[in-house]
Design a protein around this ligand. Structure first.
Ligand code: KG4
Ligand code: ZN
Length: 368
């Protein structure tokens, strides 16, 4: 990491972002003009769901190959959509981790190639910082604030204190909530991604019929656990399967009970994280699970009752995208930092290095 001459706050900046840490190949261009809200000039996201559908999860080698094939096109499309050429750019930001290493490497190599050809600075971005800094891109939220990141691969509470300063208040000790929704959907014979499938099914269900546990609520702190809930769901399902057939009412009640347990735990732990986070300017949520209406309304109600501003960026910026990477790169660049050709791809890269590392690998990559 090298210290660059910081582009002062008065200088307009245009940054290309590249994201390839999981199963979305993304490129975007963000422009920041002094005294104005930043503009997302383009944001291209090419998903790979159909490539992995038959395997029940993301296959790292297939993902890496697809990223390597699609990245150039994604960058080209992002430039065309933005009406820019490479000469309009001030820097290239790229996800350098955490994530599936083959995919991250594809992105880093693409960014290095572009940097070598253009002479532009390269900025390695932590994917989680991309999510965590998004409320500043969308709403200009001032530091410090609390962020709940809930996706298929991640679950953590972060006190965001500066572009490079994050304090982790807690996180999952096993599955991420999206991963839990996906596994629950498989147990109930529903399609993938599991979150929306469970949510739709739960609309017809009675959330009070099955008494699902609320894991770790009996313990202090902000850590969470979701793998026991999945086992509880399997047990409840097996008690109601009659000759291999589960009735549609049983399925809907199981889905509703499961969803309510996940949402309850996240809302209650958010209450604790808010209590622990000191003075903050807002509470923001990001990640695919933030699309869940029951969770959103629970978090909104919590913030209303505690008088804290609640922010949920539009879904396209909650899920994986490259605009958040361009923005996080811009924040690092303005802070006076860039990388060079020695930038390496990191499968693990915790944001808060003062905390013990989380263990294990999720379906969508290393937990950080
Ligand atoms: O952030 P994301 O798009 O991708 C990564 O994890 O990288 O999150 C995807 C996850 C999936 O596990 C999906 O089941 C979950 O978000 N999800 C939902 C909903 N929509 C997507 N979970 C609960 N309710 C939803 N409506
Ligand atoms: Zn993500």
């Amino acid at each position: 990491m090298s210290k660059a001459i910081s582009p002062g706050p008065d200088r307009p900046l245009t940054v290309l972002g590249i994201e390839s840490s999981c199963d979305d190949t993304a490129a975007a261009i963000v422009r920041d003009l002094p005294g104005q809200m930043p503009q997302i000039l383009s944001s291209v996201v090419a998903g790979q769901a159909e490539l992995h559908a038959a395997f029940g999860g993301v296959v790292p080698e297939i993902a890496a190959r697809a990223h390597a094939e699609k990245l150039d096109f994604a960058v080209e499309q992002a430039l065309i959509d933005a009406g820019c050429t490479l000469s309009d750019l001030d820097a290239i930001a790229v996800t350098a981790g955490p994530g599936l290493i083959g995919g991250v490497l594809s992105g880093v190599m693409c960014a290095k190639g572009l940097a070598a050809a253009t002479g532009l600075p390269i900025i390695g971005v932590n994917h989680l910082a991309g999510h965590a800094l998004t409320p500043r891109l969308t709403d200009g939220l001032e530091f410090p604030y609390l962020m709940l990141l809930v996706s298929g691969g991640h679950c953590q509470f972060l006190r965001v204190e500066g572009p490079l300063s994050f304090r982790r208040l807690g996180g999952t000790i096993d599955d991420a909530p999206g991963e839990a929704f996906d596994k629950a959907a498989r147990l109930l014979g529903l399609g993938q991604p599991g979150g929306p499938a469970i949510e739709a099914e739960a609309l017809q269900g009675d959330a009070t019929r099955f008494a699902f546990p609320r894991p770790l609520l009996d313990r202090p702190g902000c850590d969470l656990s979701f793998s026991g809930l999945k086992t509880a769901l399997m047990r409840a399902r097996d008690q109601h399967v009659d000759g291999g057939v589960i009735t549609s009412q049983d399925r809907a009640d199981l889905a509703a009970g499961f969803q309510a347990a996940v949402a309850d735990v996240l809302v209650e732990k958010s209450r604790r994280a808010l209590a622990e986070s000191g003075e903050i300017n807002g509470f923001a949520v990001a990640g695919g699970v933030a699309a869940n209406a029951l969770l959103r309304s629970g978090l909104e109600a919590l913030c209303q009752s505690t008088g804290i501003r609640f922010l949920a960026p539009p879904l396209a910026l909650c899920t994986d995208n490259a605009a958040m990477i361009a923005w996080a790169g811009m924040e690092r660049f303005r802070f006076g930092e860039t990388d060079d050709m020695a930038l390496s791809a990191r499968p693990r890269w915790p944001l808060d290095t003062s905390q013990p590392a989380m263990l294990g690998h999720g379906k969508k990559g290393a937990k950080a």
